[in-house]
Design a protein around this ligand. Structure first.
Ligand SMILES: [Zn+2]
Length: 588
């Protein structure tokens, strides 16, 4: 008997070890999770080939990926669907609107689970007079559906330090003051500093100021995120007080190269401040006179990437995003507002006039003559287009709603040929016929299809929306961009399925893993065990934006489920009411 004793002990010991190994290594049927996504095609964000499998979620995080066995109160059947990391939008203006619209439906519905805000130099709301850390706390306390990462805005900081006296270079003392504010923002979790060098008050900063301030962001491993100088300005100002979208304040002789210099300036900042650079809403920096063939847009895009790649070969870390919609941020507008509500300085004499009075004056011919005069003097801007800088402006505007149904869906150019009328006279005729006529600039002159397709293929390019937070679709009213609720749906649908410009895994990487690395988020942007469960489940065959300029607030087709931090925020084309979003803070 005594001899058997060690054998039994050994047997029991082996049994216990084997049992514990079985429960540790394989997910036995008794494994408990909160959510299981089964039978799905996994695209994990890292550019690896898609594979069949499941995902298990416990609490806020992914607990298992691949072969998943276990039980969960919520099981999602992912058959026929793609499951990938939630999209990260690197360029938004979600800032304060997220407080008013915390369900962030327009982002959630297109699969965006994290947004970066504080872009183009503009961060916390200045009218509330909060410090950056107070603003972050306010965002943190706000219950919201999406995760939000903040940049500290150079323009905001500059405005804080210089007040109304900003139309000059900053003094060294002022720069020191700004550095302190940026330092404190970075300590509190800003992901970098943004600049908007086309806007007040940022445009008055010289490169030296930007370099000094970017060094502070670099110290904390943050990025310099920039809306390039002259990115969208090419309409020389008559005097320095003239301000408006597209107005160029640089030297007039440089108007054609301003944008190019803007890119070179950003690279210089990256080099001298030793800061990682992220370029916002990139488009080609070479301006090409109209008319020109599409292959020149492609060439201009390639040449722009050539500059960026030379700088990367030098060792600089450069990423960028672009708005993947040829209409940019344009939206339906009342045609008459182009005149009587115009912010264009040359039309300020019209601003106080009411609709009826304007139409009456148009009928007498007095205003017609005056406005035509502006056009001839190169002073007329419509939408975002300077009518002289772009002789093809008539092809970029379309009538959407008018009493005269014959006009609807036609461009100004088409109508003007059809009616054998000069474009401006035609606009006046349309307005007299129906003062409530609505039109849209359906092409943003900075977005050309072939340029966008070239830029987005770059390995360091991510899609972005450049959008603010809009109300839930049930409450949405007024005009919005046509892709306000579905640009990322189109990004996948257009570039992967319809045009096959890149693979599904490349597209997913651009929209998740890449921006997560850009932000140094090491537990988001991929479907990996231990990562936060920010997930989108969609049908590649059906995914597409369904919004139009007339009805922009539509849920996109094909987006089936969106999860944020493990909670289902969107399913059956409706928001679930869950608010699991977090304020993200940069880990220094
Ligand atoms: Zn911008």
């Amino acid at each position: 008997m005594k001899k058997k004793h060690p054998f039994i002990l050994f047997f029991l010991f082996t049994l216990i070890i084997s049992l514990s190994l079985i429960t540790c290594t394989s997910k036995s049927p008794s494994e408990k999770y909160d959510v299981i996504i089964k039978n799905t095609k996994i695209v994990d964000g890292t550019d690896s080939a898609p594979y069949k499998g499941g995902i298990a979620i416990r609490g806020e995080r992914i607990a298992a990926v691949g072969k998943v066995r276990g039980e969960a109160p919520t099981v999602i059947d992912g058959s026929g669907l793609i499951t990938c990391p939630g999209f990260i939008d690197p360029h938004t203006h979600a800032d304060n609107r997220i407080i008013r619209n915390p369900s962030a439906e327009n982002f959630i519905m297109q699969g965006i689970t994290t947004v970066v805000a504080g872009n183009c130099g503009n961060s916390w709301p200045q009218d509330e007079n909060l410090s950056f850390d107070e603003w972050l706390s306010k965002l943190e306390e706000t219950e919201k559906s999406i995760n939000i990462a903040m940049l500290v805005g150079h323009g905001t900081v500059r405005g804080f330090v210089m007040g109304d006296d900003f139309k000059r270079h900053a003094t060294q003392d002022e720069i020191e003051e700004m550095k302190k504010l940026i330092d404190s923002a970075m300590k509190n979790g800003a992901f970098g500093m943004s600049s908007g060098l086309d806007y007040y008050p940022g445009e008055y900063a010289d490169t030296g100021e930007i370099i000094e301030l970017a060094k502070v962001a670099a110290k904390y491993g943050g990025r310099y995120v920039t809306h390039l100088r002259h990115c969208n300005s090419h309409w020389p100002a008559i005097d320095q007080e003239e301000w408006g979208y597209g107005v160029y304040h640089g030297p007039v002789e440089d108007v054609w190269v301003g944008k190019y210099r803007g890119l070179m300036e950003a690279i210089e900042v990256s080099r001298k401040a030793k800061v990682q650079l992220h370029i916002s809403h990139l488009n080609p920096v070479y301006r090409i006179p109209q008319p020109h063939p599409g292959f020149l847009d492609e060439a201009a895009a390639k040449a722009t990437l050539w500059i960026i790649d030379r700088a990367r070969e030098e060792g600089l870390d450069i990423t960028f995003d672009l708005i993947c919609a040829t209409s940019g941020l344009t939206r339906m507008n009342e045609l008459i507002n182009e005149f009587i509500r115009s912010r264009t300085p040359s039309l300020s004499w019209l601003r106080e006039i009411e609709k009826e009075e304007f139409i009456n004056k148009l009928k007498t011919g007095e205003y017609k003559k005056k406005i035509k005069g502006l056009y001839l003097e190169n002073r007329l801007k419509l939408g975002k287009i300077h009518t002289k800088a772009d002789p093809y402006w008539i092809d970029r505007f379309k009538i959407l709603e008018c009493n005269n149904k014959d006009y609807e869906g036609k461009t100004i150019g088409e109508l003007s040929i059809e009616k054998n009328t000069e474009p401006l006279d035609l606009i006046f005729e349309v307005l007299i016929e129906d003062p409530d006529t609505k039109w849209v600039q359906f092409l943003d002159e900075r977005h050309f299809e072939r340029a966008d397709e070239t830029l987005i293929q770059h390995p360091n390019a991510s899609p972005c929306t450049d959008l603010s937070v809009f109300p839930p679709i049930t409450e949405a009213s007024g005009s919005m961009p046509a892709f306000a609720y579905g640009m990322f749906a189109d990004f996948i649908g257009n570039f992967v399925r319809d045009k096959a410009i890149f693979s599904l895994e490349q597209a997913v990487r651009k929209a998740s893993y890449l921006p997560a690395r850009m932000l140094n988020l090491d537990d988001r942007g991929s479907l990996s065990s231990g990562y936060y469960a920010d997930i989108v489940i969609f049908d590649l065959e059906r995914i597409r934006n369904t919004g139009t300029f007339i009805n922009p607030a539509q849920p996109p087709e094909g987006v089936e489920y969106v999860l944020v931090n493990g909670k289902i925020v969107y399913k059956d084309k409706a928001h679930t009411g869950e608010m699991p979003g977090k304020l993200l803070r940069h880990e220094n």
